[in-house]
Design a protein around this ligand. Structure first.
Ligand code: COA
Length: 331
């Protein structure tokens, strides 16, 4: 039965740490150069969370901004989904810590991990729960402290990642705007090309890391690069085809921000000009699941988004995972 409503983004928020780590800072730490990093990745600087600050504090700041932007109070939130691969604790979950910090006392709360695709996965879960009428207002908070899972002696990874948090509130919209479709996918058999161990580590993964380093990112950069370049355009094309949407109808593509060359490759394959592909990569680096909601909030604040605009959000990441969403902007 068709419902008289859809699920739309009713509020957005972000929070980035103050501290900046520039390419010239990295030149003093590893054998690299600003020129190499900019040319090969498009990144100039990233934000780093202070050592004594829990990620939950940054996540709560983004969450509060999104709730205020939605014109709601924390007490209106029914469910909090936090996406992260770098939680402060496995228990309590990041979502429970955010619930406490923002005072959303009636909200259920849980974490989910689909690595850099986490936000798109959470969007599908939230959409399903609101459409089924289980919940009215769902907060997704995507927060990452990738610097805490980085080996700053490994030049192949330490130039890529940063910290940050983005959040959205989702609720019912009755004007035809909102989420049209979300597609998700995973290729578990390729999981070993990007790993962050937790309580267990295989011998193979131990051997790939510096002595004494366990819970840090290891990545086969070129394998991930090939996968990401292909999947970004394929996932976008599929969702457009399945919804009967022409690419010319899309105002902006909001991709996961990992490497400017991945975005350029996708632009070429999709025959889209780069000015329709949102990017803040140069100032944030890769902030995993937080990257898309941070971009949405930035674009909204810059008045780039108007109600009725059609957008595609597309992400890929560890797992390997991928996902895309077609939506019509509701604010
Ligand atoms: N500074 C200087 N040189 C570096 C370097 C750095 N920070 N990192 C790697 N290099 C060197 C390599 O050691 C290699 O040297 P060699 O030829 O002497 O062995 C050379 O640069 C080329 O390395 P390569 O790995 O082929 O570079 P690349 O063009 O593939 O770029 C990545 C590497 C990591 C930037 C790129 O593969 C990438 O972005 N991959 C996808 C990452 C990603 O998206 N991850 C997250 C998914 S959510």
């Amino acid at each position: 039965m068709t419902k008289p409503f859809k699920v739309g983004i009713t509020g957005t928020g972000r929070a980035l740490p103050e501290k900046r780590l520039t390419n010239s800072d990295l030149e003093k730490m590893v054998d690299t150069s600003d020129e190499w990093i900019v040319k090969r990745t498009g990144i100039s600087e990233r934000r780093i969370l202070d050592e004594d600050m829990p990620l939950s504090q940054l996540a709560s700041k983004a969450a509060k901004n999104a709730i205020t932007d939605a014109g709601l109070d924390a007490s209106d939130i029914d469910l909090i989904i936090a996406t992260t691969v770098t939680p402060d604790y496995l228990s309590p979950s990041l979502a429970c810590s955010v619930q406490k910090e923002i005072g959303a006392e009636k909200a259920a709360a849980f974490d989910m991990n689909a690595a850099c695709t986490g936000f798109i996965y959470a969007l599908k879960v939230a959409q399903g729960l609101i459409m089924s009428e289980a919940y009215n207002n769902v907060l997704i908070v995507a927060a990452e402290a990738m610097s805490r899972a980085t080996d700053f002696t490994d030049r192949k990874t330490c130039v890529l990642f940063g910290d940050g948090a983005g959040a959205v509130v989702l609720g019912r919209v009755e004007d035809g705007t909102g989420i049209d479709k979300v597609n998700l996918g995973a290729i578990g058999k390729m999981g070993s090309v990007l790993t962050i161990p937790c309580l267990y580590i295989s011998e193979e993964d131990r051997a790939r890391r510096s002595e004494g380093m366990k819970q840090v990112v290891w990545m086969d950069g070129s394998e991930v690069f090939i996968f990401a370049s292909r999947i970004m355009s394929e996932a976008t094309s599929s969702i457009l085809k399945e919804t009967g949407t022409d690419i010319s109808e899309i105002k902006y593509l909001f991709p996961h921000q990992a490497n400017i060359r991945i975005l350029q490759n996708a632009a070429k394959r999709l025959e889209m000009s780069m000015d329709r592909i949102y990017s803040n990569l140069s100032m944030t680096g890769n902030i995993s699941s937080a990257s898309i909601p941070v971009c949405l909030n930035e674009a909204y604040e810059k008045n780039m988004l108007q109600k009725g605009d059609k957008l595609v959000l597309v992400a890929f990441g560890g797992g390997l995972t991928y996902g895309a969403s077609l939506l019509t902007w509701s604010k």
